[in-house]
Ligand binder design. Structure first.
Ligand SMILES: [Mg+2]
Length: 210
């Protein structure tokens, strides 16, 4: 029996980086991408629109930049301890990311996550096309993923926890039994049930059901 479900954002939550910015470094479009990212995180522009605008700057890059990016990602401090603490308490830990499955599919098993979902970068002939395929993982899809996984594991809403830092995490945070802001933007801190302000995921462990 699964006692609870923790669903976490990835960029600037489970990892210290924003993956799109690492990819943009490789494309030489970091400044442009950072500006759009900051506005999206602050909730000023629609996430799906901003994602497409940022991914468009990656058109023509070889897929080797994905491996480079994976090598550069820095897990947040305390991530292994948080994952172990969830599993010790018979919980599940999931990730929903406005980033990319080509990166998360490699990192998530390494981190010990139980399930995850992200956007698919379109790749044709070994090059990024600058587009994403399928449904964009936006705030609503993050929230629906939390609900879908909770149902699949027969976890009641009360026993769901959402953890994130950005405006894109607010819908899933509203629908979870407990919402935890993690080194979050002010708008997220204000709406969350609790807020962790120290950049170390071990501080989340105190909020897990015992
Ligand atoms: Mg984030």
């Amino acid at each position: 029996m699964i006692s609870f479900l923790l669903v976490a954002d990835v960029d600037s939550t489970l990892i210290k980086d924003e993956v799109i910015e690492l990819l943009a470094d490789a494309a030489g479009t970091r400044d442009e991408v950072e500006r759009v990212t900051a506005r999206a995180i602050a909730g000023e522009i629609d996430f799906a629109h901003s994602l497409r605008a940022r991914v468009a700057t990656l058109a023509g890059l070889p897929t080797s930049v994905i491996e480079q990016t994976i090598a550069q990602v820095r897990p947040s401090d305390g991530l292994p301890e948080l994952v172990a603490a969830v599993h010790q308490r018979h919980g599940k830990i999931a990730a929903v990311s406005g980033g990319f499955s080509q990166v998360l599919d490699v990192l998530a098993p390494r981190f010990g996550l139980d399930v995850w979902r992200a956007n698919d970068l379109e790749i044709v002939d070994g090059l990024l096309t600058g587009r994403v395929t399928g449904t964009v993982v936006d705030a609503e899809v993050k929230a629906k993923s939390l609900q879908e996984w909770a149902r699949a594991w027969s976890v009641s809403r009360n026993n769901t926890i959402a953890l994130g830092d950005g405006a894109n995490d607010l819908v899933m945070m509203d629908r979870a039994g407990l919402s935890i802001a993690y080194c979050a933007k002010p708008i997220v801190r204000e709406r969350a049930d609790v807020s962790v302000e120290i950049a170390d995921l071990r501080h989340v462990i105190a909020y897990l059901p015992s």
